[in-house]
Write a protein that binds this ligand. Sequence first.
Ligand code: PRT
Ligand code: ZN
Length: 220
Amino acid sequence: MSTVQGRLRIAVQKSGRLAERSLDLVRDAGLRVVKGNNELLYRIENYPIDLLRVRDDDIPTFVADGVCDLGIVGENVLEEVRNGGPNAEVVMPLGFGRCTLKIAVPPTLDYAGPQSLDGLRIATSYPKILRRFLNDRDVRADIVTMRGAVEVAPRLKLASAICDLVSTGATLEANGLMAKETVLDSQAVLIKSPSAPETGLQHLLDSIIERMAGVVSSQG
Ligand code: PRT
Ligand code: ZN
């Protein structure tokens, strides 16, 4: 009699700012990554684990739905896709991918606090997080959602202010914008599904989390 052994799935960003560090973490945790003939799926050769390589925006939902058991994603993305249903659980911060979601304005705008945004239009890729921030401060503003190039919105008169991720600040500076409010501090986090893994894989899942925690704490 033979039983088909299930496999754990870890969702990582396919390409982009978190991709390399995510793979490093997986490797440092002792998982030997082998590239298959499928770019979407890498296999782990020493454990029954697959890496699903996707857009970062899809990671929270895959993990929340139990399509993947673990995932590595920025807190900014996790917050933005959070909804009323079962959500992925944050296991631990990973210490990389640090950035801050900030509201920035051109110097021509007389800024004296969030109330200065009342009645204005703000461009962002994070409309839900921004709406929450504004609501909490009783600020009524229009939000225009842009997938990218948010920093050019004021120059194109698409918006009076922006809400975007900042790491070095070079992009804001190059576009003559000044950061005024911190909306969210973010870094990459390990997330875990609220659904149990396939039969027989709980122990492996726990040990992978434990090894990753060891790697992260050794990196200080
Ligand atoms: O294709 P996919 O959807 O997977 O990737 P993506 O294009 O949505 O994301 P990607 O790869 O750009 O970023 C992945 C994650 O990295 C983000 O969700 C954040 O959690 C994190 N991160 C860290 C950043 C930055 N730093 C960052 N600086 N994400 C974006 N930026 C951008 C920012 O939007 C702005 O355009 O970099 C610019 C600002 O950088 P500075 O250094 O000029 O301030
Ligand atoms: Zn994305």
